[in-house]
Write a protein that binds this ligand. Structure first.
Ligand SMILES: [Zn+2]
Length: 322
């Protein structure tokens, strides 16, 4: 994932790192180093596809012989530190999120102060730096980016992760794509999408949801039965989505026609072009409706495809930050 920070933000982050006596990795957009005896990683907060540069997340990998931080401890900590929006411990990972501070001077002061507070607090609780995966406190850890996530790893875990990444990469290169399986999977996915279009429409909604369901189910279907989702798979899935969305919309109309005219379903389906030609069904309504359904499909498909490609790119990758 390209997290490179640029322009004004880069200057701010350089100064942030400098103020806390830490270093900045510009490629990965992360501040790292030792603060108060702890290995810290500081990065902007991410929600969905948005990055909040002024809401800093501080990560420390540490563990204690004593009791780990309880929810109550974290709540109390947050209450006592007005610039902290949350503190949490998940296994060996301690995460502190600061409040949104737009004034850069204040942000620098707050970060340094809160790093001091947090590291003193952890020391008091008997926390020691450790590897985020195996939890060893014996070996020196180094900051890494593993499958798009920041982690502190000991040399052994780093080596394991690198080997696994290499094996996974080789496997994904040699695993043949099962195109037939993929098409079957995608078709099954589109059927769910078709059902969704019909059900929601019969309930009186032209919902963005049906487009999203169609897109997600088709792509997932291809990936599950085709073993992997290549560019070829994405193109095939897209064609199937477009065709099946048309079919779904027409089936939906056929239900209406069959109900209104009292004829059987198959006849209704076949009669739609004729009904359009004779203007019994208004062309504007029919095509207008179809365009809306396609727009929703686009709305669902584009983010799904972007996310799939992005995840594929970062999955199983590992790089050293510092
Ligand atoms: Zn380890």
């Amino acid at each position: 994932m390209n997290k490179r920070i640029t322009g004004k933000t880069l200057d701010c982050y350089r100064q942030l790192a400098g103020a806390a006596g830490l270093r900045l990795n510009e490629e990965e957009g992360v501040i790292y180093g030792t603060f108060g005896g702890y290995q810290v990683l500081i990065h902007p907060s991410v929600a969905g596809s948005r990055v909040y540069y002024n809401i800093l997340t501080v990560q420390i990998s540490a563990k204690t012989q004593g009791p780990a931080l309880s929810k109550q401890d974290c709540k109390l900590y947050k209450k006592e530190h007005q610039n902290v929006s949350s503190l949490a411990q998940n296994h060996n990972l301690i995460t502190l999120i600061l409040k949104n501070i737009t004034n850069q001077e204040k942000l620098r002061a707050v970060l340094t102060e809160e790093l001091q507070n947090l590291t003193s607090y952890l020391r008091l609780k008997g926390y020691e730096n450790c590897c985020q995966i195996c939890g060893t406190t014996e070996a020196e850890t180094s900051p890494c980016m593993m499958s798009g996530v920041y982690t502190q790893l000991c040399p052994d875990c780093f080596q394991n992760a690198s080997q696994n990444a290499m094996i996974a990469q080789q496997e994904s290169q040699t695993t043949g794509e099962n195109v037939i399986g993929g098409i079957v999977g995608a078709l099954l996915g589109t059927l769910i999408g078709v059902v969704c279009i019909i059900v929601l429409s019969q309930l009186g909604y032209v919902a963005a949801l049906s487009g999203v369901v169609m897109a997600v189910c088709t792509l997932k279907g291809y990936e599950m039965l085709g073993k992997k989702l290549s560019t070829k798979g994405i193109i095939i899935s897209c064609i199937l989505m477009v065709v099946m969305t048309y079919v779904g919309d027409r089936l939906d109309w056929a239900i209406v026609v069959s109900r209104e005219l009292g004829v059987d379903f198959a006849t209704s389906y076949q009669a739609i072009p004729l009904l359009l030609q004779e203007q019994i069904i208004s062309g504007a309504t029919y095509w207008g409706n179809l365009v809306i359904v396609y727009l929703f499909l686009l709305l669902g498909a584009v983010p799904t495809i972007i996310n799939t490609l992005k995840n594929k790119k970062i999955q199983g990758t590992i790089t050293r930050i510092g």
